[in-house]
Design a binder for this molecule. Structure first.
Ligand SMILES: Nc1nc2c([nH]c(=O)n2[C@H]2C[C@H](O)[C@@H](COP(=O)(O)OP(=O)(O)OP(=O)(O)O)O2)c(=O)[nH]1
Length: 282
């Protein structure tokens, strides 16, 4: 098995770097002329990949190139990984892992593959592909850095995942017309001078009449069409919190994993359903 790694520091939060790793532009720049075959990014929805999406591309960029297809297995704020579905390699695994550091994020890109043809294949792999793959990883990291650092300056909309007895609290929008009837998480814009956690507490009070305590973060950020960035927090109701009620919304509902999958979510929230499902499994 051959392994290549590259680690770089990026001046942006982990969840924002993770969002940039999921973006279609990162795959396109990293792989040269890549071609999406299936999935959300192909449909242009938020242009972020979700687990299950597949990419086809050719490698290396010479006349001897061969076609490969990979499938994304994981896309959260700790790691993204994809594996080979079809191609002339015996095995291929691409992993991007993220670590929060003092000011920013350490991103490690790693590519593992097993070439066909035994020792000859290994020789061709290390001799011919090494430099090209390292260039590819560097180009990918440059794209991620540019996207993440731009998004990191955007105003943040917080979304809140509140889980009770294996169910997630979702709410149905009343307005504007284009969002009416669709489901989302409690939350809203962070106000000037307000911390994101304070915005979570305030929005849950305003929208649901609930008292909550933020407990952490979940999923990657999602860039919104209007130039903002959606960022998810987890929160728990305080012991004395009132039950949730639809103050500004049409309805509120506790949903289990299967109801969650079938719900008519806002498009952006649909990109986070896999992370919300894993939260319910914990
Ligand atoms: N609250 C919330 N907003 C979301 C989610 N997903 C998503 O795309 N959005 C978008 C919809 C809006 O364009 C934007 C801000 O949402 P919002 O309307 O709740 O924000 P707000 O509280 O500041 O606005 P408003 O009620 O004063 O009109 O974020 C989500 O899960 N929760």
């Amino acid at each position: 098995m051959s392994v290549l790694r590259d680690t770089e520091w990026i001046d942006a939060p982990v969840a924002t770097v993770a969002a940039a790793l999921r973006h279609a532009r990162t795959a396109e720049r990293g792989l040269g002329a890549s071609r999406m075959v299936r999935g959300h990014a192909a449909a242009g929805v938020g242009e972020l990949f979700v687990p299950g999406d597949e990419i086809t591309f050719r490698l290396p960029p010479t006349r001897l190139s061969v076609g490969l297809r990979t499938r994304l297995e994981r896309a959260d704020a700790q790691a993204l990984s994809s594996v080979l579905v079809r191609g002339p390699l015996r095995q291929l695994r691409h992993e991007s892992t993220l670590t929060e550091v003092d000011r920013g994020t350490l991103l490690t890109e790693s590519l593992q593959w097993t070439a066909p043809l035994g020792a000859l294949g290994r020789l061709i792999g290390t001799a011919l592909l090494r430099r090209w793959i390292l260039r590819l990883l560097a180009r990918r990291i440059d794209t991620v850095r540019a996207l993440a650092q731009e998004w990191a300056t955007r105003p943040v909309v917080v979304g809140t995942a509140i889980v009770r007895r294996g169910r997630l609290l979702a709410q149905q929008r009343h307005y504007p017309a284009k969002h009416a009837g669709r489901w989302e998480l409690p939350g809203g814009r962070v106000e000037p001078g307000e911390s994101e956690r304070d915005a979570v507490v305030r929005e849950c009070k305003e929208e649901l009449g609930m008292d909550v305590v933020p407990t952490g973060r979940i999923g990657t950020d999602v860039p919104l069409d209007g130039g903002m960035l959606l960022r998810l927090y987890t929160a728990e109701p305080t012991p004395s919190s009132p039950e949730p009620r639809a103050v500004e919304h049409r309805a509120v509902r506790w949903v289990d994993t299967s109801e969650m999958t079938g719900l008519d979510w806002l498009e952006t929230d649909r990109l986070l359903v896999h992370s919300l499902r894993s939260l319910l499994r914990e």
